[in-house]
Design a protein around this ligand. Structure first.
Ligand code: GDP
Ligand code: MG
Length: 708
């Protein structure tokens, strides 16, 4: 079977390359009746004298004979016994002992058989494991089995027939086993026990090869012509006749080579027409063919595997890029590519679109409209402002005089306080966008500009430059956003159309109320005077400002339009009117109220007077209305500022910044130093690719080989 060696060896290289499991060649087992010549057949296939043979029951334990191909060079090295020889054997049960003398191997098989099965014809299903190392064998496993017997002899149990059959079936039922069904020519082929048992596990005869031994021992006047032609029993894979060494030959120590020569002569003489389709050599060739068929069946899968791997290595190799030739061109190209990818990621036109999460421009959009927008919307216009705060502010703004109006200054103070609260989320928005811009750097170097991985120093430098640029823009953007809020704080524009609209609605309401008040005035005045000058002062004056109130109306606009309209008491002018009513109806009470307030300079929770409640309501409505206007402005202007001062600025200046800082002849060498293992990795990938291409070629050759 040496013809297989080069093929298997070539394949072995392929396996080593692709890391696939080696193809497991089928094992070959011999079955047949006792003394039919099974051991003799196996032995002539191996080409060495090593198995015990003889009349009667000789093979009494299964022998698993593993042939291992070794390099001729390795052969000597492994012989630690110091003896020369390129073939040697090892038994499992003798551990590392090395047998270079095949006579000793046979002796050891006999001893070991006797050790377990006794000396008196007993059998055992415990196999003997023997490995033969040789440069002249293929990696193949042969199994020698005890022969089928019917009548117990010696120590054999009564059910010896069943036991042996079970033992045989155990070994040949493995679908990866080729069965050599051995029948002696001097027995009746039609009753062949060997074929019978083989058929039990291989009914289709796909892996059974019939071997007819002892052609030389047929009765005078008979021949095996019919049998060999397959006319007695057809066997799909074929019937092969052989002549092994007789007992006399064994006794005379006839060599395998001589036996094969004599066999050939015998076949030529006795069966000239069939000579080239029988004999030990032909049997070996047939087995070769079967094994090659098996290998061929395994090739397509192997081939696919090679192709897949080759494609993977090809793309790996191209991702490593070519070695750098023109440094400055490479540098410029890499910088430009990075800058372009960076901008593309922001614009959403990047080559590698991320699917796992939002990234780049889309994320910035999300930050603006979801994160920032939502946060602003969740800011309560009156958050952090308690009724007491409002009352205190009103009182503080009034100064020493008890007030009849809600002083305008208190609205301004309070609304500024609320507007100020928009600054923090706005600055946070800048921070988030800045973070995302920073993240885009990573994204670009990971996915888009993979060549950068080759040049860690350039990568680092690019990251540094972009990070710096971003960092430089951060305070500028923050300042702008801070200013946007400051601008809002700088001037509370109560003439803002949205605010004034509501005010206009209120005016009508107020006018009406004023007219009502004028009608009531004559009755009210004397009572006012009687109350005392101090508090009456503002009351008198109140009429005037309310008349000239048209001016103020614009500034101190009432609260939310529709609500204000529905509820006249809930606005400033309402307060003005009520303020006059209050002293009118009960002159003592307002004075009393003032005193109370002074008594309690730090207000505590208590029940508010109806006037206080109204004051608060008015202020609250005004704050709310104005706050909503400002919030809308901020919500609109902050993203615009961030885009202009940070995002667009970085986008526009990135390329020139990178070129300006990195494209310097003094830096070229340093920046374009490849990472240490890159050259190594490129070489490994190239080697692997070459090996795979060779493997693919080997497979193609094997498939085309004439052996089929
Ligand atoms: P096994 O029990 O089936 O393993 O048979 P062996 O291989 O031990 O052979 C049994 C006996 O038959 C031995 O003495 C062999 O020499 C002899 N023998 C086997 N094959 C042939 C053959 O083809 N021709 C002759 N003349 N003797 C054979
Ligand atoms: Mg035998």
């Amino acid at each position: 079977m040496e013809a297989l060696i080069p093929v298997i060896n070539k394949l072995q290289d392929v396996f080593n390359t692709v890391g696939a499991d080696i193809i497991h060649l089928p094992q070959i087992a011999v079955v047949g009746t006792q003394s039919s010549g099974k051991s003799s057949v196996l032995e002539s296939l191996v080409g060495r004298d090593l198995l015990p043979r003889g009349t009667g029951i000789v093979t009494r334990r299964p022998l698993i004979l593993q042939l291992v191909n070794v390099d001729p060079g390795d052969a000597r090295k492994n012989d630690d016994s110091g003896r020369e020889g390129d073939e040697w054997g090892k038994f499992l049960h003798t551990k590392n002992q090395i047998f270079t003398d095949f006579e000793e191997i046979r002796q050891e098989i006999e001893n070991e058989t006797a050790r377990i099965s006794g000396n008196n014809k007993g059998i055992s299903d415990d196999p003997i494991h023997l490995k033969i190392f040789s440069p002249h064998v293929v990696n193949l496993t042969l199994v020698d089995l005890p022969g089928i017997t019917k009548v117990p002899v010696g120590d054999q149990p009564n059910d010896i027939e069943v036991q042996i059959k079970d033992l045989i079936l155990k070994h040949i039922s493995n679908p990866n086993c080729i069965i050599l069904a051995v029948t002696a020519a001097n027995t009746d082929m039609a009753t062949s026990e060997a074929l019978k048992v083989a058929r039990e596990v291989d009914p289709d005869g796909r892996r059974t090869l019939a071997v007819v031994t002892k052609l030389d021992l047929m009765d005078a006047g008979t021949d095996a012509m019919d049998v060999l032609m397959g006319r007695v029993i057809p066997v799909k894979l074929g019937l092969i006749g052989v002549v092994n060494r007789s007992q006399l030959d064994i006794n005379n120590k006839k060599s395998v080579a001589d036996a094969i020569r004599d066999e050939h002569a015998f076949l030529q003489k006795k069966y000239p027409s069939l000579a080239n389709r029988n004999g030990t050599k032909y049997l070996a060739r047939t087995l070769n063919r079967l094994l090659m068929h098996h290998i061929r069946d395994c090739l397509p899968e192997l081939k696919t595997r090679i192709n897949v791997l080759a494609a993977q290595y090809q793309s790996l190799l191209s991702s490593y890029g070519e070695p750098v030739e023109d440094q400055s061109a490479t540098l410029l190209q890499l910088i430009t590519k990075f800058a372009t990818e960076y901008c593309n990621t922001i614009e959403g036109t990047a080559k590698y679109i991320e699917t796992a999460e939002l990234c780049g421009g889309a994320r910035i959009c999300y930050i603006f409209h979801e994160t920032f927008g939502r946060t602003l919307e969740s800011v309560d216009p009156l958050g952090g402002l308690s009724t007491i705060d409002i009352l205190t502010a009103i009182r503080n703004a009034t100064g020493p005089r008890p007030s009849l109006f809600v002083p305008e200054i208190s609205f301004e103070l309070l609304v500024k306080k609320q507007v100020k609260r928009l600054e923090e989320p706005s600055l946070r928005c800048v921070e988030l966008v800045h973070e995302e811009m920073q993240r885009i750097i990573q994204h670009c170097s990971n996915y888009s500009t993979q060549e950068l991985q080759r040049f860690p120093k350039l990568h680092e430098a690019i990251v540094e430059v972009v990070t710096c640029l971003l960092r430089k823009r951060l305070p500028i953007t923050n300042e702008m956003v801070h200013n946007l809020v400051a601008i809002e704080l700088a001037y509370i524009n109560t003439k803002h159309p949205d605010f004034a609209d509501a005010c206009g609605v209120m005016n009508n309401n107020i006018e009406e109320q004023r007219r009502n008040r004028m009608r009531e005035l004559p009755a009210a005045v004397p009572r006012d005077k009687s109350v005392g000058k101090g508090p009456a002062g503002p009351t008198v004056v109140s009429g005037e400002p309310s008349a000239s109130g048209a001016d103020m109306d614009g500034a101190k606009a009432p609260a939310t339009g529709p609500q204000g309209e529905q509820d006249g008491t809930g606005n400033w002018r309402g307060m003005l009117k009520k303020g006059e009513e209050a002293p009118g109806s009960g002159p003592g009470s307002p004075l009393k109220g003032v005193v109370n307030l002074l008594d309690v300079p730090v207000p505590v929770a208590r029940k508010l007077s109806s006037r206080e409640q109204r004051d608060c309501e008015v202020i609250e409505r005004l704050i709310k209305s104005y706050f909503l206007i400002v919030r809308k402005n901020i919500q609109d202007s902050v993203p615009k500022a961030v885009m202009h001062f940070l995002v667009n600025h970085v986008k526009d200046s990135l390329q020139s910044e990178l070129v300006g800082q990195l494209y310097k002849s003094g830096l070229l060498n340093d920046l374009l130093t490849e990472s240490e293992d890159m050259a190594q990795r490129r070489k490994e990938a190239a080697d692997m690719l070459q090996a795979l291409q060779k493997a693919s070629q080997v497979i193609a050759e094997i498939r085309e080989t004439h052996m089929w």
